[in-house]
Design a protein around this ligand. Structure first.
Ligand code: PLP
Length: 381
């Protein structure tokens, strides 16, 4: 495939060093990390190293890392597991959370909880007054994502966590999109738990982690052999976890360089988009350096994605995970974006291999495609 991949917030290719680290654990070192013989010991040693690498990337001790099958499982584990240890009250989640927080939070209603969505402003940032209003009711749990997967807006998690914790509320952040793109320090955020995923940082699909504070009470969701200190039973996916560890090390090593490069390319992209009259969502907010979410008036996002794919550029419309749904993005609706404009939303997320030439090529192709689509619309009107 010669297509230019500009959808790195959906997933990333596995980096060469990550693949190299994984291969021995798919080939010769295929032992079960729970087995006591040499095969098992070798696998366990690799898990221990990966645990160190993940812990180092976010400034925690290895014992605070609970490996899961990815971000979805870690988010579900947190919501269900923390709620099970508390008396039912209110759970507050930002209105722009990924469905793997929003849905388990809403599902807590079955156990007597009330789910309160905390508003965001027009730029997609958490509304502080609404956070205060939410906290004025008895709130057992608050979860606010660190970076939004669609707009890339960064959320004031440290401030929200400080405020929530001061009244004994358990706090969590979904940092899946932030890892590898902005500096990440669990202690500085001051949350009780944090979610990570490997496949957004040039690691493999099928590995992630819930990082926990030692005081957090959590009931496991998966019961069985008692892996991960009883918090997540199930034979450890050794190659994927090894890859996750290597990807974390890589992410830390190249963070400064990557974010500088991404920002320069993103700024050029957005200047070009503005020349085409695009609306850039969350433009005034502090955002991830690689993410641009935009719409061109009168052009459906879905159509644009299909046409740009034909032209050789892979981008996403709305949230990648829900692109089968014709509904406008829930994030944009929460930001108060008009539904028709929201239906035009297209996300470009740059990655380590993106070049200036690709960005220029994308802009040129977008201009031609938009002209053609508008021409067709005028003929059929
Ligand atoms: N949280 C956010 C913000 C995401 O963007 C995603 C994936 O798109 C997830 C969680 C889910 O992670 P995973 O794909 O590892 O289950």
């Amino acid at each position: 495939m010669n297509a230019v991949y500009l959808d790195h917030n959906a997933t990333t290719p596995v980096a060469d060093v990550v693949l190299e680290a994984m291969l021995p654990y798919l080939r010769q070192h295929y032992g079960n990390a729970a087995s006591r013989q040499t095969f098992g010991t070798l696998a366990l040693r690799a898990i221990d190293q990966a645990r160190e690498q993940v812990a180092q990337a976010v400034g925690v001790r290895p014992v605070q890392v609970i490996f899961t099958s990815g971000g979805t499982e870690a988010n579900n584990l947190f919501v269900a597991g923390a709620a099970a240890c508390l008396r039912p009250s209110q759970i507050g989640v930002s209105a722009i959370e990924h469905p793997c927080i929003a849905k388990p939070a809403a599902a807590l209603a079955r156990q007597g909880w009330t789910c309160r969505r905390i508003a965001v402003d027009r730029d997609g940032c958490l509304d502080r007054e609404d956070l205060e209003a939410a906290l004025s009711h008895q709130t057992g749990i608050v979860s606010v994502m660190l970076a939004n997967n669609e707009t890339g807006t960064l959320q004031p998690v440290a401030r929200a966590a400080e405020r929530a914790r001061s009244q004994g509320t358990v706090t969590h952040t979904d940092a899946v999109q932030a890892l590898g793109k902005v500096p990440l320090d669990f202690g500085k955020l001051g949350v009780d738990a944090m979610t990570l995923s490997a496949h957004k940082i040039y690691g493999p699909k099928g590995a992630g982690a819930l990082i926990v504070d030692k005081r957090l009470q959590l009931r496991p969701m998966l019961l069985g052999g008692g892996h991960e200190r009883g918090m997540r039973s199930g034979t450890l996916n050794v190659p994927a976890i090894v890859g996750f560890g290597a990807a974390c090390e890589l992410a830390v090593a190249r963070l400064a360089d990557m974010s500088r490069r991404m920002r320069a390319l993103r700024d050029r992209l957005e200047a070009g988009l503005q020349e085409l009259g695009a609306v850039i969502f969350g433009a005034r907010a502090e955002r991830l350096p690689n993410t641009t979410y935009f719409a061109l008036h009168g052009i459906e996002g879905e159509t644009l994605v299909v046409e740009m794919d034909r032209a050789g550029y892979a981008v996403a419309s709305g949230a990648a995970c829900s692109s089968a749904s014709p509904e406008p993005s829930a994030t944009l609706v929460a930001m108060g974006v008009d539904a028709e404009l929201a239906r035009g939303a297209v996300r470009v997320s740059l990655g380590d291999s993106t070049t200036a030439a690709e960005v220029e090529g994308f802009l040129g192709s977008l201009q031609r495609t938009a002209q053609r689509l508008r021409g067709l619309a005028a003929v059929t009107a």
